[in-house]
Structures are given as C-alpha cells and as structure tokens.
Design a protein around this ligand. Structure first.
Ligand SMILES: C[S@@+](CC[C@H](N)C(=O)[O-])C[C@H]1O[C@@H](n2cnc3c(N)ncnc32)[C@H](O)[C@@H]1O
Length: 273
C-alpha cells in the first residue's frame, strides 16, 4: 500500500478505475496494443504448452496472441463488458482461452499457477501497486517469466495521461501508472522477487486518418477521456480536446495529412526468483 493512501482510499480508487474502463469501448483502442503483444510473447520466450496469464487483458489483446502460440491461456480483467468481448473474440478465432472477471490486486489463482504472466497497459492501473506486483510474482512459478508493456512518462502515453490528469486529477496518494514505465519503479515493485530483469524502451506506431480522427476515436471510445470529460465543466471540454489534439500532433510522424503516432513504451521482462 502507498504510505499516503488508506485501504479504503485504494478500494474507492479501484472502483473509480473500474467505472472508467467500463465507459466507452476499449476494444476500439486495443488495436494499437497488438504490436506490443506480438513483441512481448517472443521477448518472454513463450513456448507452446506453457500456462500463460494475461492480467487486465481487456478484450484479450495479449491472450489471443499467446493462444496463437498453442499455449494454455487465461485472461482476467475487472471490467465484465471487456471480458464478454474477449470471449466473443476467442470464440470467433476458435481458441480455447479461459477468461474471467477478476481484480489484478487479488488474483483468484493458487501460487505458482503460471509459467508466464503478461500485462500490457493493464496491471499498471491498479491503485495498490505493491499488492498488484506481489500478485504477479505469486502466481508465476519460480523460473517463470513476467512480461510487461508499460506507459512511460516520456513520450505519448505520459503526455496523454498527464493531460487527462490536469483536467481530472487522480485521487491523492495514489501512485501514477507511469511509475511502471520507469526503471526505478519496476525495480522497486518487482526487484525483490526476480532473479533477472531487463527494461527496454520500444516504439509502437498508431495509425489514424488524421489528428482530428485520433481525437475523435479517443473522445468516443476511451474510458479515461470520457471520465475526464464528465468531470469537467462543459466550457472546459473543448479545451481538453484541443490539448489532446496537441498531444497527438507532438508525436505524429506522418507528413501526408494522416497521423502515425509514435508511442514509446517500456518493455519489461523478468525471471521470477
Ligand atoms: C489500457 S486497457 C489495456 C487492455 C489490454 N491489456 C490491452 O492491451 O488491450 C487497461 C485495462 O486494464 C483493466 N484494469 C485496470 N485496472 C485493473 C484491475 N485492478 N484489475 C483488473 N483489470 C484492471 C481495465 O479494465 C482495462 O481493460
């Protein structure tokens, strides 16, 4: 638990997070995370037959990539609507993936249940970071691997989340998810339970019709943007959308009027002690 937030505060922050991620439809955004999952599975050396857990799987981004490796996949997320969509996607592809509603801070699995534990922009949002980190370590067997793709303070993700926070500040005392996107943060959270750890910034490109289209996608489907819009006065909503357009513009590498937004994230691979 963080020193400045009580268990009650963390519980309330978790409930607020669940409401946030249930808004909109993260499936519309998740397409941008597939490239991270495609890299993360080989980065952790995922092999056929291994037991894999995708923590905060959303609509199944990493779970479905792992299933293509003929591994035994389980995905959990605390948003029931996203688990429903993940189930539809797994069925459409004909994969036998176990998908359950659960909280990353209280994983419903025995110790050492998995060979590989993955989380892409997922566990990082849990308000009780030390507990969430301990849960990753607990359910992964000794010698098993943890693979994370985390938003970094530098770059598009950090810019996006701090822009939201300027309009709709997070509850006091709750650590930023961007802590997982720093070497020191990862070391503090996982270092005590691992025998090997590597952090590597990686670029991932997101493709949109234009910067305006990117803002439209986020203001229509992205839970954190919708939550921030709801929390501010109507006259500030336009201001937030203009600031978001500036964020997308800053990382846009396209020169043909479309948008190719470069997002640098931190890829962490760790071996559990
Ligand atoms: C940015 S989305 C990423 C989803 C998915 N990992 C992907 O890459 O497409 C964040 C996800 O984390 C989930 N989440 C956040 N906090 C969680 C928690 N404490 N327990 C379980 N899921 C959580 C949200 O419901 C949401 O699906």
């Amino acid at each position: 638990m963080t020193s400045s937030a009580s268990a009650t505060d963390l519980g309330a922050a978790t409930d607020a997070q669940r409401r946030t991620w249930t808004r909109g439809d993260f499936h519309e955004i998740a397409r941008h995370n597939v490239v991270m999952a495609e890299r993360l599975c080989p980065a952790v050396g995922l092999h056929a037959g291994e037991r894999v857990l995708d923590v905060a799987c959303g609509t199944g981004t990493a779970a479905l990539v792992a299933a293509r490796h003929y591994s035994e996949v389980t995905g959990i997320d605390f948003a029931p609507s996203l688990i429903d969509r993940a189930q539809l996607r797994a069925a459409a592809e004909g994969y036998d993936v176990t998908l359950r509603v659960a909280d990353a801070q209280e994983l419903p699995f025995e110790d050492d249940s998995f060979d590989v534990v993955l989380s892409i922009y997922g566990v990082q949002f849990a308000p009780d970071q030390p507990t969430a980190a301990s849960e990753l370590l607990r359910v992964c067997r000794p010698g098993g691997r943890i693979g994370l793709a985390s938003p970094m303070p530098e770059g598009w993700s950090g810019d996006l989340f701090s822009t939201h926070a300027r309009y709709a500040p997070p509850p006091p005392g709750v650590e930023s998810p961007l802590r997982w996107g720093t070497e020191d943060g990862v070391q503090a959270l996982l270092g005590h339970g691992v025998s090997w750890l590597r952090n590597e910034p990686r670029p991932a490109l997101q493709y949109y019709r234009s910067v305006e289209h990117a803002v439209d996608v986020f203001s229509t489907w992205f839970g954190p943007t919708l939550s921030a819009m709801e929390r501010i006065e109507p006259d500030r909503q336009g201001e937030l959308l203009r600031d978001l357009a500036e964020v997308f513009r800053r990382y846009n590498r396209a020169t043909d009027g479309t948008a190719v937004v470069e997002n640098t994230y931190l890829e962490t691979v760790a071996v559990v002690a």
